[in-house]
Structures are given as C-alpha cells and as structure tokens.
Design a protein around this ligand. Structure first.
Ligand code: RP5
Length: 167
C-alpha cells in the first residue's frame, strides 16, 4: 500500500516532476495541480539532460531509493530528459513533449516517443501534462484502493461535466 500524504514527516516525493528548463514550468503546472488534488506528494525540479547532465543522472540514480514511484519529465526541442532518466532508473517515466517555438513540439514529441526497445518512456501528447499526472495516478492506484476510488470519482465527474455541456 502506498503511503500518501503524511503531515508529520518530511514528504517523500512520490511523483517527481522534472523539466528541462524553467521555461517549461507553466506547461507542467497542470500536472502539479492534479497531483495536489489527489493529495500525492510531488516535487518539481529543473534538470537538463544537456545543461546539467551529471546532476540529472545522479537524481535518476537515487530516485527509487528516495521513495519516488513515478517520474514525469517534460522537455522541449532535442528533448532527451525523459530518455536519460529512463536509462538510469527502472521507475516508470512519463514524458511530456513541450511545444517548441520552431517546430511546435513535433521535435520534442519525436525525441521522446522514439525510445529504443528496452528503455521505455510513456509519452503523452504535446503539452499533455494533465494526462501525464493522471497516468501517474493510475499507476499509483494499482497499489492504493483509496486512490483507485478517487480516480473512479474523478472519471464520474468528468462524464457528468461532458453530459451537462450538451445543449
Ligand atoms: C529544453 O529546451 C527545455 O526542456 C525547454 O523546453 C527548451 C528550451 O529551453 P530554454 O532555452 O527556454 O531554457 O531543454
């Protein structure tokens, strides 16, 4: 059973939200919001596969031992961050391709999605931070009936919202 929010002890980041640059933070904000709604401790960190390769590798190497269960990694352009994280840990890694200025995120998408066999990165849509967080919740819910229940409620609310939007 995954232990979720414990107020008295320092929070282990159950989900790590990593980004290649602070310029990605706004795009990844929906992921932070959703994890907050599900009461899942997370931490946000800027780590670049290219600009801070050693720190990135070191972070990935110890993430599992720290208690992190899922990594969300957003990056744009030559978006190697999710791939290098996935290479250095067996934690599930969810990649978020960030919309880039020059190629509208197609570069980011292809960089993240085309991983070689053996090192998976679950890739969501361009700027798909919300789905990255929900996928992380779904993974965590496998070991948490409480979270699974919250997910069911969330789906029901979504259905109601869609049905109500009909005119
Ligand atoms: C990538 O390069 C980042 O993930 C970001 O999306 C992109 C541009 O970074 P900045 O030049 O805005 O720092 O590493």
């Amino acid at each position: 059973m995954i232990i979720l929010n414990t107020e008295k002890t320092p929070q282990v980041p159950i989900v790590a939200i990593l980004m290649g640059s602070i310029s990605d933070a706004e795009t990844l904000e929906p992921a932070r919001q959703i994890l907050k709604e599900f009461d899942i401790p997370c931490e946000l960190k800027v780590l670049s596969a290219h600009r801070t390769p050693e720190q990135t590798i070191n972070y990935a190497k110890v993430a599992k031992a720290r208690g992190t269960k899922v990594v969300i990694a957003g990056a744009g352009g030559a978006a190697h961050l999710p791939g290098i994280i996935a290479a250095m840990t067996t934690l599930p890694v969810i990649g978020v391709p960030i919309k880039s200025k020059s190629l509208n995120g197609l570069d980011s998408l292809l960089s993240i999605v085309q991983m070689p066999a053996g090192i998976p990165v679950a890739t969501v849509a361009i700027d798909g931070a919300a789905n990255a967080a929900l996928l992380a919740v779904e993974i965590l819910a496998l070991a948490s009936p409480e979270l699974a229940g919250k997910l069911e409620t969330s789906r029901t609310k979504l259905q109601e919202k869609v049905l109500k939007s009909s005119v």
